[in-house]
Design a protein around this ligand. Structure first.
Ligand code: NAD
Length: 317
């Protein structure tokens, strides 16, 4: 029997599909330091970001382990090349959470544009009239320009959400010339796409009222002091890509100097202990890396994992 260790959990929908196919799925968490003792009891290990699949662990495998799956996108916690060298296939589920991430981003943009993140914290202290005055210069999103950096899965999903809000959308991605954005991705009868061409990075960050980053992790920040200075004085910046895509110190400096309306961060350098100045800043809306954390996304991820595993072992038999 194929035995699967879902060490960081798996959505019940995915577990059910695997069990119905006769596979055994164990969801009892094995502590990281004990994984080497059980690695040869399983054909598949499924992880999210918590469990690390590194070279020393892979070296303990006697060949039974055939597949490592990452429930999500980033493969930073897996030594992918080494696993493959040892005959272990590595998969992730990049598409399943794009819409949920896009929605979280739009939630943050709404927070900043209407001061909701800070109003939520401050109203309990009274001063209703003072706060009403303080938060009277909100920004309407319809008619404003959304700049999207990175026109992959999440960038496309966000473009659809922004167009639905009545925003103008401009996009930069050096590897993409244009993409079709589904305008009604879940509607059963209305099928319509918007064809969006990409622009130059500098043009997008200069012209956009809101800039949202949907790029992979790089060695150095894509957005530092120079890029922040190019943005409009009342621009909103969102990073829900990876910690380090924005230079956090440069961002704090820009915000403290009065530049930008605000920023939103779902990802941080030094997760899970981000810089407290970011968390306390009145012009920053924060969340603890929960872009993909909806039951719809997790269900899709679970079902995608089941498809991958069933496809893999189905081909072997
Ligand atoms: P994707 O691979 O589909 O898209 C990334 C895009 O970035 C690609 O089109 C690529 O061409 C483009 N790109 C690369 N270098 C660029 C550059 N210098 N300038 C502009 N564009 C550039 O990835 P995705 O699924 O859309 O994910 C985007 C990011 O979101 C990733 O970093 C991923 O790890 C992160 N993510 C975060 C969460 C969350 O919970 N916050 C969830 C899922 C994914």
């Amino acid at each position: 029997m194929i035995r699967i260790l879902a060490n960081d959990g798996i959505h019940p929908d995915g577990k059910l599909l695997l069990e119905e196919a006769g596979y055994e799925v164990i969801t009892d968490k094995v502590p990281q330091e004990e994984l080497a003792d059980v690695i040869n009891d399983f054909d598949v290990i499924i992880v999210r970001s918590a469990t690390k699949i590194r070279k020393p662990l892979i070296d303990r495998s006697n060949g039974r382990l055939k597949v490592v799956c990452r429930a999500g996108v980033g493969l930073d916690n897996i030594d992918v090349a080494y696993a493959k060298e040892k005959g272990i296939s590595v998969f992730n589920t990049p598409a399943a959470s794009s819409q949920s991430v896009a929605e979280l981003v739009m939630g943050h943009i709404l927070n900043i544009s209407r001061f909701l993140h800070i109003a939520n914290r401050e109203m309990i202290n009274g001063n209703f009239k003072g706060l009403k005055k303080q938060f009277s210069k909100g920004k309407q999103l319809a008619g404003s320009t959304m700049g999207i950096i990175g026109f992959g899965r999440i960038g496309v999903a966000l473009a659809g959400v922004a167009l639905g809000m009545g925003m103008k959308v401009i996009v930069s991605d050096p590897y993409v010339e244009s993409r079709e954005v589904p305008l009604f991705p879940n509607h059963y009868s209305i099928k319509s796409n918007a064809l969006i061409y990409t622009d130059k990075f500098e043009d997008v960050i200069r012209q956009a009222d809101t800039i949202s980053l949907h790029v992979p992790a790089f060695d150095k920040p894509l957005i530092g002091a120079k890029e922040l200075a190019m943005m409009k004085d009342d621009a909103i910046l969102v990073n829900a890509a990876r910690g380090g895509v924005v230079d956090e110190e440069a961002l704090l400096e820009a915000l403290d100097s009065g530049h930008l309306m605000g920023a939103a961060l779902d990802v941080f350098t030094g997760e899970p202990t981000p810089n407290k100045r970011l968390l306390n800043h009145p012009k920053i809306s924060v969340s603890p890396h929960i872009g993909a954390s909806t039951s719809a996304a997790q269900s899709m991820i679970g079902r995608e994992l089941a498809d991958i595993i069933l496809g893999f072992f189905g081909e072997l038999t």
